[in-house]
Design a protein around this ligand. Structure first.
Ligand SMILES: Cc1ncc(COP(=O)(O)O)c(C=O)c1O
Length: 400
């Protein structure tokens, strides 16, 4: 369907897959959370209930898991990079990650056993900051490349963690290829948050790392949601959270919808084609949602999302801008949520579907009504403050 620049495709869940994935289980999530909670910066991020907003929109509840509080890094991403680097080191030392909490990981003992390592990655900002932060804590090196058009503030934040970082003149997917070649040539370890043929171990750990966020949300929710909205770039975050909730709830899993920007909607394209192959978006991947500006789906994530998600929605950029303005200007009694472009996309979608009469078909497709209990993840705060002000103060990217 296509309406007012939104496109969507609904899917039948593949019940044969039994809603179980072996690696995204509650038990595994508890191991991951135990690893993260060994860091002194760890505390669960808040799950914020926006009561007035839910009432205004005409839904029952709206919960927003606010990842802008994660480890003081303003985004959820460090959960993946840190768990992957921890798991890589455990593997190199022939140990179990359960025996490598933070204090051991940063110890001289582990450093002398491991030697000096260089971790390399491509990022739009948040993932690279998490990798740089982890490498810095472990007294190891990080090299980070960013696609063309990346924000200066995001580059500066990565350099502030001691990483060597640069913005390239390539798009995200080409920068990933470039980084991978450099890693191979120099014997560096590529810590990439997406998988491709022959490269699955580290991205799987990254995806497992994100389960801490899902587990916390599950424990914090006072009621079972009817709807979960997940924003996607390559789909690693969405695949991880979808896998976790499918493990928890089985065939009574809440409706789960995947939200992407129109300029980089590779999962939507893959779902719409429905021909058994992955479909990419190439070119400049124009969108204000920098974290979601990825043109090639993660194959591991698609395995989960393609079988278990209920629909894929491709949105115009103003969806995220609306979400940022709504979250940043709360109704009486609600808490302010500082959300960046990628973080606000899902709340923006729910708000547009409920408020814009032109989108009544979309609202119906999403089965949103006065009984809906909605869970969204604000995956980043104002990680690009200049753009945040342009949108929230100056009204850029207004509703079309
Ligand atoms: C803030 C934010 N939200 C969501 C995502 C999407 O994650 P994924 O690429 O795993 O789909 C990203 C990715 O960088 C991000 O930075």
């Amino acid at each position: 369907m296509e309406k007012a620049r939104f496109k969507w495709v609904l899917r039948e869940r593949n019940r044969k897959i039994a809603a179980k994935t072996e690696v995204f289980t509650e038990q595994q999530a508890r191991r991951v959370r135990s690893f993260h909670s060994s860091f002194k910066e760890y505390s669960p991020t808040p799950l914020i209930e926006l009561t007035s907003l839910a009432q205004h929109l005409g839904i029952k509840n709206l919960f927003v898991k606010d990842e802008s509080y994660r480890f003081g890094l303003n985004a959820f991403k460090v959960l993946g990079g840190s768990f992957a680097i921890g798991s890589y080191i455990a593997n190199e030392l022939g140990e179990d990650i359960d025996d490598l909490p933070y204090m051991r990981l940063v110890s001289d003992e582990v450093r002398s056993l491991l030697g000096s390592k260089t971790f390399i990655t491509t990022t739009d900002g948040n993932h690279g900051r998490g990798v740089a932060w982890t490498a810095n804590r472990l007294k190891q090196q990080a090299i980070v490349y960013m696609p063309q058009g990346s924000a200066a503030e995001r580059l500066a934040n990565i350099r502030a963690e001691g990483a060597q970082a640069e913005i390239t003149d390539m798009n995200y997917d080409d920068t990933v290829r470039y980084t991978s070649e450099l890693a191979q040539k120099n014997g560096w370890i590529i810590v990439q948050d997406t998988a491709w043929d022959g490269y699955t171990r580290i991205p799987l750990w990254i995806m497992q790392g994100y389960m801490t966020m899902a587990l916390e949300a599950y424990e914090q929710l006072p009621v079972k949601p009817t709807h979960i909205f997940l924003q996607a770039g390559v789909g690693s975050l969405a695949g991880s959270v979808q896998g976790f909730f499918a493990d928890i709830y089985g065939s009574s899993c809440p409706l789960t919808f995947i939200v992407e920007p129109k300029g980089a909607d590779c999962l939507y394209q893959t779902a719409a084609a429905n021909d058994g192959s992955l479909h990419s978006v190439t070119g400049r991947l124009e969108t204000i949602m920098a974290g979601l500006a990825c043109g090639e789906p993660n194959s591991i994530a698609w395995e989960i999302l393609g079988n278990l998600s209920d629909g894929f929605i491709s949105c115009p950029d103003y969806t995220a801008a609306q979400g940022m303005r709504i979250l940043g200007n709360p109704l009486a009694g609600d808490t302010k949520v500082s959300a960046g472009e990628s973080g606000a996309a899902t709340v923006g979608l729910v708000a547009e579907a409920m408020r814009d009469e032109r989108l009544s078909d979309l609202k119906q497709a999403l089965q949103l009504d006065e009984n809906s209990v909605v869970l969204c993840f604000n995956t980043e705060g104002d990680t690009d403050k200049e753009n945040y002000r342009r949108i929230v103060w100056d009204g850029a990217w207004g509703r079309e």
